[in-house]
Design a protein around this ligand. Sequence first.
Ligand code: DX5
Ligand code: ZN
Length: 215
Amino acid sequence: MVKVLPSLLASDFLKLGSDMKRMEEAGADIFHLDIMDGQFVPNISYGIPVCEAIAKKSNIPLDVHLMTEDPEQFVEEFAAMGVEYLSFHIEATSHAHRLITHIQSQGMKAGIVLNPSTPVEAINYVLDIVDFVLVMTVNPGFGGQSFIMSGVDKINELDELRRSKNLDFLIEVDGGVNEETGKLCREAGADLLVSGSFLFKSEDPKQTIMDIKEK
Ligand code: DX5
Ligand code: ZN
């Protein structure tokens, strides 16, 4: 069964605590936290102090998605908060192998993220050590964008690679996920589905999470 990860970027920040509670009660598996620095992507979201507040309040694991230059910064800070999954963009570093092992040495699962324009070949050399691969199905920086269909081929390609090479990394998908695009991702082999605007707009998030999981 896939896991559903509400992206807190889509919450009402003035009601972050109650939005988190609502998603936990609806059956959310993991919270997805988007860190944007205004450099790697043309937007700024929130930083370390807000993540610390979320970590204190959350009853489910946290998945931090760094959309930043210098993703090597702050690894220790996220580990100290008890973050379980930490991912960075391959486009933001030339030292992915070193960063993955550093994240893992801090007790976290390390993920590597592919922009829609970046081919799977760019991360071939770390597929044997990475814990998860995050396939972006929108250009990162904003919630509420439409799903880019070619992402489904990329999920298929990663799923085939992991079978043929007997690897065990998870496949996460982020951007424009709803019950229809989520189904395509599930069928292609995705394990973790992030949902922002679609899930937060729902009047019945419990049902929406179930729909993303199995409709
Ligand atoms: C986009 C972020 C996503 C975003 C997803 O840059 O990485 O996590 O919040 O939101 P939706 O589901 O609205 O595309
Ligand atoms: Zn994200």
